[in-house]
Write a protein that binds this ligand. Sequence first.
Ligand SMILES: CCCCC/C=C\C/C=C\C/C=C\C/C=C\CCCC(=O)SCCNC(=O)CCNC(=O)[C@H](O)C(C)(C)COP(=O)(O)OP(=O)(O)OC[C@H]1O[C@@H](n2cnc3c(N)ncnc32)[C@H](O)[C@@H]1OP(=O)(O)O
Length: 212
Amino acid sequence: MSEQTERDGDYEKHGGFPVYRHDPDNGGPHFGRLVEALRVVQDLAVSTAAPPEVVEKAAEQAEALAALLAPYTAPEGQYPAGRSLELPGRGSLLMLPWTAERLGAEGVRATGVFRRYHMGGNGAAHGGVLPLLFDDLFGSVTHAYGRPISRTAYLHVNYRKITPLDTPLKVEGKVDRVDGRKTFVSARLTDEDGTLLADAEALMVVLLPGQP
Ligand SMILES: CCCCC/C=C\C/C=C\C/C=C\C/C=C\CCCC(=O)SCCNC(=O)CCNC(=O)[C@H](O)C(C)(C)COP(=O)(O)OP(=O)(O)OC[C@H]1O[C@@H](n2cnc3c(N)ncnc32)[C@H](O)[C@@H]1OP(=O)(O)O
């Protein structure tokens, strides 16, 4: 493997995408703990008003943590973040810390909560995190359906009700229709009572050989 991320034009008939494989170790024994601790830090970073001496100490510790990890930067597809299927958000801080409960051709279901870090205004989830949730779900839906690697061409979200924080929620997505390179998908976000909070539909387009 070269210094560059491995790219294979015929990577399971996908486009010119880096090779991604599930990390069966989920990053090893401590990775999930690290990601959760960092999520707590994110929650606190957006919701604390600490005095300057505490902020200074926190900044020093954050800088020390960054310096500890920096030597281990790896090429795309070769670090556990995003590939650790058993961890919330697949171990990626970018993703919502949700867990897939069903992952198959019939559809994908995930459960989780929006946390303090995801707040928009007045105690509700930020409108921008719902498309993130749906977009990532649609990647999984398309993959689990057995479609080659595809990119989102459009994503439409209907915000039906305020999405609460710290409340167990469920999202379910499925393939509605396939037409050549096009996969039409849809999903619903509901609370535990089944109340519809948002729904979305998207078009995923299969990448051509070598397409980024
Ligand atoms: C993640 C799992 C990790 C765990 C590890 C385990 C396994 C891993 C294995 C696999 C990983 C699984 C999933 C993750 C993989 C990938 C996810 C990546 C998701 C993204 O990263 S997403 C980022 C945001 N996304 C973009 O950044 C797209 C930018 N964009 C483009 O790259 C082009 O735009 C493209 C390619 C979309 C199309 O371009 P193009 O030139 O190839 O094709 P063209 O334009 O001809 O469209 C073909 C047909 O789609 C119709 N069409 C197109 N666009 C339309 C629209 N907007 N509305 C209505 N119809 C549309 C046309 O009308 C035509 O239809 P028709 O054939 O009927 O005429």
